[in-house]
Design a protein around this ligand. Structure first.
Ligand code: NAP
Ligand code: 8YV
Length: 327
């Protein structure tokens, strides 16, 4: 799609605060007049178009606060391409009559697959094993023995759409599953553990898959890490903010925690040198949903939410994927 093709709804102007992917950009430009991060690149030009902007598109990692919304008096919708929306000030949006939408469910499989991959990589030392061969160490003898994953106890922190997909996969590895959430889910076949420290103490692997934001900030603290213990593996596919990263590094350095496999970090894309230096840590750059088919589905849903709003807001998907606070 050329940038010069007239979009279907040219009067619906959209500010992209995220770096648009090659999947997302043509979909957006086919529908709307799109301003690509203009608020950052050209503040004067942004001032001129800001009163006309009705839609904003963001990623799960974007930060959108009241100050930006104040500059967009015609804003109607913030469409997040991602399920997590902890970077969006939803209260400020609601106060201005702006609906926030997201893209739940379509990414459950990918994030759960990555959680299992990290559990396997962290326990079986897959990354270190690859490096062992490349570094020419194999002729000198075998690698140190690793930890068995099958049959080990899994604690899931957060048992929503993705947590349940992780638990189902873990059952194929004969892993007893228990979970911690604020509210027990009586329909699920796994025991609920009201105390997070108790769950950690009785788990070999603890997977974190809650939302980010103030309510879960540093839920995984030094006490939880100590309870997980010197043989324990922490897997975080939620948000970096959920884990006290300094406490995590100290626990790994001291041996109080066995290992960690992390897809998310406190200050992305910056990962502390102390964490990168630890051999018992596996690191991935926030790739939970990063497959072509899933990102296509997410981009399609994010654009569909904008399109529904441009058409008057009556289309069902916009209602379905509004964040709970905006329903
Ligand atoms: P969801 O269906 O809303 O599930 C969230 C779960 O977390 C619920 O079981 C909820 O139960 C629990 N929870 C919320 N606050 C909690 C707290 N303070 N303490 C303990 N448990 C708490 O969300 P989802 O679709 O599974 O997505 C979860 C999160 O995964 C997203 O918000 C996002 O941050 C992250 N994510 C990461 C990636 C990635 O690329 N790594 C990709 C997608 C999503 P209660 O309400 O009963 O506590
Ligand atoms: C993506 C995510 O990194 O859905 C989320 O909450 O963290 C991931 O799927 C991101 O949002 C893609 O825009």
């Amino acid at each position: 799609m050329s940038e010069h093709t007239t979009p279907l709804s040219p009067s619906f102007e959209v500010l992209a605060v995220m770096r648009m992917s090659p999947l997302m950009e043509p979909l957006l430009r086919a529908q709307f007049t799109v301003h690509d991060r203009l608020h950052e690149s050209d503040p004067a030009a942004f001032e001129a178009v800001a009163p006309r902007i009705r839609g904003l598109v963001a990623s799960g990692e974007s930060k959108v606060g009241a100050a930006l919304m104040d500059r967009l008096p015609a804003l109607e919708i913030i469409s997040v391409m991602g399920v997590g929306y902890d970077g969006i000030d939803v209260a400020a949006a609601k106060a201005r009559g702006v609906v926030v939408t997201h893209t739940p469910d379509v990414l459950n499989d990918d994030v759960a697959d990555l959680a299992l991959a990290l559990m396997l990589a962290g326990s079986r030392q897959i990354v270190a094993a690859d490096r062992y061969i490349r570094d020419g160490k194999w002729p000198g003898g075998p690698m140190p023995l690793a930890r068995k994953l099958s049959g080990s106890r899994l604690g899931v922190v957060g048992m929503g759409r993705i947590g349940q997909a992780i638990a189902r996969r873990a059952q194929a590895f004969d892993m007893p599953v228990a979970y911690h959430t604020r509210q027990p889910k009586p329909d699920l076949p796994y025991p609920h553990v009201a105390s997070l420290v108790e769950l950690a103490a009785n788990s070999d692997v603890l997977v974190v898959i809650t939302p980010g934001g103030a309510a879960t900030r540093h839920l995984i603290n030094a006490e939880v890490l100590a309870a997980l213990g010197p043989q324990g593996l922490l897997v975080n596919v939620a948000r970096g903010s959920v884990v006290d990263e300094t406490a995590l590094i100290e626990a790994l350095e001291s041996g109080a925690l066995g290992g960690a496999a992390l897809d998310v970090f406190a200050d992305e894309p910056n990962v502390p040198e102390r964490l990168r230096a630890l051999p018992q840590v596996v690191l991935t750059p926030h790739i939970g949903s990063a497959t072509r088919s899933t990102r296509e589905a997410m981009a399609g849903l994010a654009v569909e939410n904008l399109r529904a709003k441009a058409a008057g807001g009556a289309v069902v998907t916009a209602v379905v994927t509004a964040v709970p606070e905006c329903r």
